[in-house]
Each structure stands twice: as C-alpha cells, then as structure tokens.
Write a protein that binds this ligand. Structure first.
Ligand SMILES: NC(=O)c1ccc[n+]([C@@H]2O[C@H](COP(=O)([O-])OP(=O)(O)OC[C@H]3O[C@@H](n4cnc5c(N)ncnc54)[C@H](OP(=O)(O)O)[C@@H]3O)[C@@H](O)[C@H]2O)c1
Length: 352
C-alpha cells in the first residue's frame, strides 16, 4: 500500500486528539498537518491543544504549527480527516473538496447529502461508489465521505444481521451516552455527576435517520433508503467512554424462536474481513452470553475500541427481540471509524 500524507482538521478537539493518538505508527497514513480555528493557528500544537487523551501527546505532533483550516494551507497533503465543529464544517469541508483534497469527516453536515457516502465499512462498503457522482472538482479528485453518528454506528452494526436475515418492521431504541461524546469541556460536572440527563439536542433525529441510509441499497449510484420507523430516546449518563443502547426490534419475518436470532447475529460475517485493513476489528460484532455484559467500563476498549458488543439477546412480548448494544463512542463512533473508512477508500483506490 502507498503511503499517504494526512491532515487533521479540528485537530485540537476531542475527536482530533483521538485521531492523533490512533494514527501513531499507522502503516499507511502519516500526520503531516494539523488545522484548527484562528484561536489556535500559528501556535505549536503543544501550546494550542488542551491534551485530554490518557496517553502522552506524541512527540511527532508537539512542534507542528497549527494551520488555519483553509485548503491553500494544505497543498502538501493527500487527504484530511475532519473533526471540525459542525458550525463551521459545511464551508471548510467544501473548500477542501473543491481544492481536490478528499475529506473524511466526522461532522454531521454532509451525512444526509444524496451524493455523499455515509459509511460503515462492515455494513455498506459498496456505497463508496457514490463518490463518482460528486462534483466538487471536474476531475473527481476532491470528495467528501462521512462516518455516522456515534449511536447510529452500534445500532446499525447490530441491526445489519437482522435486516439481512429477517427484514425489519420497526425499532425502538434508547441510548445511554457517555460524556466524552459531548466534546471538551462538554457537559458541566454539576449536571452529570450522580445524574442522568434525559435529552441530547439534535441526537434523536440522527439515530432515526442514519440507519436507513446505511442499510439502503445502492441503485444507479444513489441510495434507496431502508424504510422502517425508528423511535429513539437519547440520554446522557455519567460514563466516560462507551455508548450503551437498549434496542427493541420487530422483524418482518418472525423467526421460530430466539435462538434463530442469536444464530443470525453470531454467524454474520463482515464483507471486508478478507481485506486485512489495519484498523478493522477481527470480530466487529461480539455476542455475550453472560447477562451481565456488555458494560462500557469493561468492554468499550475491546478490539482497540473498534468492536460493537451485544448482550442480553432475548425475545419480548411486544417486539420480537430485545438486546443491548455498546461501542466506544470516540473510537468506533468517531475517529477510529473514520480511519477505517480511509483505509477502505485507500484499498479501493479512491485515495491517490
Ligand atoms: N465527541 C464525539 O464522541 C463525537 C462523535 C462523533 C462525531 N463527533 C463530531 O466531531 C466533531 C468534533 O467533535 P469534538 O467532540 O472533537 O468537538 P470539540 O472538542 O469541540 O472540537 C472542535 C474542533 O473544531 C475546531 N474549530 C472550532 N471552530 C473552528 C473554526 N471556526 N475554524 C476551524 N476550526 C474550528 C476547534 O478548534 P479550536 O480548538 O481552535 O477552537 C476544535 O479543534 C463535531 O462535528 C462532532 O459533532 C463527535
């Protein structure tokens, strides 16, 4: 595999820092440029960033001068990861794509764009073909790919085997979301310690809509969305990392018993397992038999934070199946997911 010079937009934020940590010693991608707001630009990264990762700031980035997030300052870069605040991502990401610099983004801004792939490599790798419909540049060299919301990822990963085997009639989901999902400094400590906040602004619509695009079929270069309703409740809980979801699903085809559902989940195999992508988990879904699991503190870091853990798979009186799903929100749900997207795009020849 060729080596690529990568930039990170929003490099000083919580997701940006996770990119820096995860990209240390990456076999294909080397961090060559860091971008953030005018507040940080011009400063060495060590001065601009309030480092919140639990491992030390890597020496390789300490002295990099933070750049303004303007494409003309990133001409030496092959592509950028974006962990930009959504209030600025629309214009900045388009500026880079128009300059022929591909953008692999965590921000929500382009997720619903009909020409922009919303990508989970294990779920809808074929959707990367949508890139060919983008017209940021005449020669197609500049494009945007997004990764989904941090709840939509474990939800869709867990629904995929059920959707393929039985079809889905409807879903009811409640998320118990970790504080790190709110960035830094995030939720005030007096609000969240010893408490649960029963609302996260803007979150429920993403949980309702994104799985339908992810599970949609690609027809003539466009996605025909899946069409089942999702009822979502998003809450914030005093957990540092790992969003846990309670999921209830009514299926189109009712299986004879719950063991058929467990079997469908356990026997599901990832369509990218043969590609050997560096950040792909060996087992993207893990199904626990022990009713005490999964737990965020014990399992969020499984498979380097890239696994979706499932537990308590059981039949119900109202819906066909209920279960718990859990994944690391800033790794699988943000930076790690975007890095895996970049690896798939490199492997398929979209990065040059
Ligand atoms: N946290 C999560 O679990 C998570 C999960 C999935 C997706 N996301 C998404 O990822 C993005 C980043 O989230 P976060 O939690 O890392 O947020 P954050 O900690 O608030 O970081 C925001 C970043 O955006 C930069 N920025 C702000 N205004 C800017 C401007 N005008 N020009 C250029 N850069 C600017 C900031 O730079 P300065 O430091 O210079 O201000 C900082 O680097 C958001 O769109 C969020 O919705 C987050």
């Amino acid at each position: 595999m060729a080596q690529f010079n990568a930039g990170i937009l929003g490099a000083t934020g919580a997701v940006g820092q996770k990119f820096i940590r995860l990209l240390q010693n990456h076999p294909w991608f080397e961090i060559k440029a860091l971008g953030a707001s005018g507040r940080s630009a011009g400063k060495p990264y060590s001065e601009a960033a309030n480092w919140i990762e639990s491992t030390p700031m890597p020496d390789s980035v300490k002295d990099l001068e933070v750049r303004n997030c303007i494409s003309s300052e990133f001409k030496d870069i092959d592509f950028v990861f974006s962990g930009l605040d959504s209030s600025v991502a629309t214009e900045i990401e388009a500026d880079f794509a128009k300059a022929g610099i591909p953008v692999i983004s965590n921000a929500k801004n382009y997720r619903t764009d009909p020409t922009v792939p919303l990508l989970i490599p294990e779920v809808n790798p074929d959707h990367i073909e949508m890139i060919n419909k983008q017209r940021f540049t005449a020669d197609g060299s500049g494009w945007i790919v997004t990764n989904p919301n941090c709840v939509a990822i474990p939800l869709t990963m867990s629904l995929k085997p059920l959707y393929d085997a039985f079809g889905i009639h409807s879903v009811v989901v409640t998320s118990l979301q970790a504080i790190s999902g709110a960035g830094y400094p995030g939720v005030p400590s007096l609000d969240i310690l010893g408490n649960v906040i029963p609302f996260i602004g803007g979150e429920e619509s993403k949980i309702r809509e994104e799985p339908l695009k992810l599970l949609g079929k690609l027809e003539n270069g466009a996605v025909v969305h899946a069409s089942f309703p999702v009822q979502a409740t998003a809450t914030r809980v005093p957990v540092i990392n790992g969003h846990l979801l309670t999921v209830n699903v009514k299926l189109e085809k009712t299986p004879a018993d719950i063991s058929e559902i467990s079997k469908a989940m356990k026997s599901w195999t990832s369509p990218i397992s043969e590609l050997g992508l560096p950040s792909a988990p060996k087992f993207p879904l893990h199904i626990f038999e022990d009713e005490r699991y999964p737990q965020p503190r014990l399992h969020a870091d499984s498979e380097e934070g890239m696994q979706t853990a499932i537990g308590r798979v059981r039949s119900g009186d109202v819906m066909d199946v209920s279960y718990i799903a859990m994944a690391h929100n800033t790794i699988r749900g943000a930076a790690g997911g975007a890095i895996l997207n970049a690896e798939l795009l490199a492997e398929k020849g979209f990065l040059r």
